[in-house]
Design a protein around this ligand. Sequence first.
Ligand SMILES: [Zn+2]
Length: 232
Amino acid sequence: MLQKILEYQKIDMEKFKMEKEIEENKDRIAVLKLQQNIKSIESTLIKMDKDVAEYKTFLKKLSDKISECSKKVTELVNRAEIAEKQDEFDDIMVNADKVMEIVLSYEKEADALKKKLDSLNKTYKELKNQYVENLGYHSEAKNKFNVYKKSIEPKAVELIKRLDAASKDLSGDLFEKYKRLRNNKIMPAIVKLLGDSQCGGCFMELSVDCKTKLNANKIVECENCGRLIYID
Ligand SMILES: [Zn+2]
């Protein structure tokens, strides 16, 4: 059984290397990174949209308040014009000044808000450009990655076929252990003893206990990396 699993592992190592190559493909990594960028820009844009809407509502409220106060000032001035007594005239004008002061403070607030809105709009535009740019890079990288995937597809199909054929008679504990290690990407999963007492996978020295088991069973699990170590 061990020999057959080793044969299987030989083919599986080719597939494992191919998977690693795919994982490390620079276009694939670029696609993932750009996807993240795009997502993050999207959420920033959504937040900015909300901020802009809030600022605009606030600005509208301020402008309403300003026109209300301005009306009041006009009313007061009109009343002052027909005041018969100087005292009455002075009182009305003091009130008008007070309201005017409020108007000025509202206008100041509105100006500051408009400036904020302008800068927000500028940032928004820049970000939107970045977004479009990232979308372009993303589709470019994705296309390149697809071309690469297509190029290795025949080999992948062939490897899967060979693995299928090689796995036909494989079963039992050993193969189950192999599959578990393979799933955890600990490959090669089955290694030969290195020298007198070293794991051929992680190169750790085997304990006396482990060595005894190996001598008795011809195969043992490495206490460090979990690989299966065998001797002929
Ligand atoms: Zn090991």
